[in-house]
Design a protein around this ligand. Structure first.
Ligand code: NAD
Length: 289
């Protein structure tokens, strides 16, 4: 299949490489020449513009920083330029309102579209083990699913347009709350005189069980390996978690949902990012306790 891929950064680079490995012809565009050169090394055809990348495309994927960029690229460079009927798949994490708006614009211009944000970080993008949460019509999902498969551990239809972004913001708000709670519990155990590893051994098999504790333990040398063992380098940056929490707060406001702990988690990550921690893994909240 002919696929156009726009945005070959930390996530998009690995994803496009897996499409090439699956036998697809991938035409790539990124504003960054370094990102484009890396994509070319992985077997993508580097293009000088979006217009060049979408020529002859049956599917157009985007993995971009935010909603404003996704909207600008789609409305100004893809709609009316890519072959009519090509399926548009936006894998970026963006606000719900923009996700729904661009899908509507795409549909009006003759393109089925899905929002398909992902869970799993850079390592999962490279390994082809992302979870895709997909919002869109039955028809659009049927077109998008086989394109997503080579990059995925799971491709799950969440519902109509925007439902993928709803699933993503809810998941990451929950993750933030779990992570902060895990950090607080590990620190409390230690300060109160319980060996944190012993606490891990007990709580990871008790009702405190959660991914942040069991599989991504945010304390160096305790429990599962995580960026904590490497001074919180790599992993999922606190600044990206803050981005996701801001999207969740905007989504909650739009939906009239009360999310007091989500709001508190956002304030905690905001303070951490403002104090210079934005580049550290999100488990580094432990160092503030
Ligand atoms: P990144 O900054 O590494 O990559 C984004 C790429 O988009 C960059 O290479 C940039 O040059 C390119 N770009 C920006 N504007 C462009 C334009 N107008 N035209 C073409 N290319 C353009 O970011 P990333 O970490 O790959 O994240 C991408 C998306 O995935 C974001 O929405 C992010 O929230 C989401 N996400 C990231 C992670 C993660 O762990 N990094 C995990 C899940 C979801």
């Amino acid at each position: 299949m002919n696929i156009a891929f726009i945005g070959l950064g930390n996530m998009g680079g690995g994803m496009a490489a897996n499409l090439v490995k699956a036998g697809h012809a991938v035409r790539a565009f990124d504003l960054s020449t370094e990102a484009l050169a890396r994509a070319a090394e992985q077997g993508c055809t580097p293009c000088a513009s979006v217009e060049e990348a979408v020529a002859g495309a049956e599917a157009v994927l985007s993995m971009l920083p935010n909603g404003a960029i996704v909207k600008a690229v789609l409305t100004q460079e893809v709609l009316g330029v890519a072959p009519k009927g090509a399926v548009l798949i936006d894998c970026s994490t963006i606000d719900l309102e923009t996700a729904r708006e661009v899908t509507l614009l795409a549909r009006e211009a003759g393109y089925p579209m899905v929002d398909a944000p992902v869970s799993g970080g850079i390592a999962a993008a490279s390994a082809g083990t992302l979870t895709f949460m997909v919002g869109g019509s039955d028809e659009a999902f049927a077109r998008a699913e086989p394109v997503l498969e080579p990059m995925a551990k799971a491709v799950i239809r969440a519902g109509e347009s925007g439902a993928g972004q709803i699933a993503k913001m809810c998941n990451n708000m929950l993750l933030a709350v779990h992570m902060i709670g895990t950090c607080e519990a590990l620190k409390l155990a230690e300060k109160a005189g319980l060996d944190p590893q012993t606490f891990y051994d007990i709580s990871s098999k008790s009702t405190g069980y959660c991914w942040s504790l069991n599989d991504y333990t945010p304390m160096a040398g305790v429990g599962a390996a995580s960026p904590a063992d490497n001074d919180y380098a790599g992993g999922f940056a606190a600044a990206l978690m803050l981005k996701d929490l801001k999207l969740a707060m905007a989504g909650a406001e739009g939906a009239g949902a009360k999310v007091p702990l989500g709001g508190h988690a956002k304030a905690i990550y905001e303070a951490f990012v403002e104090s210079g921690g934005g580049g550290k893994d999100f488990g580094a909240i432990l160092t503030t306790l």
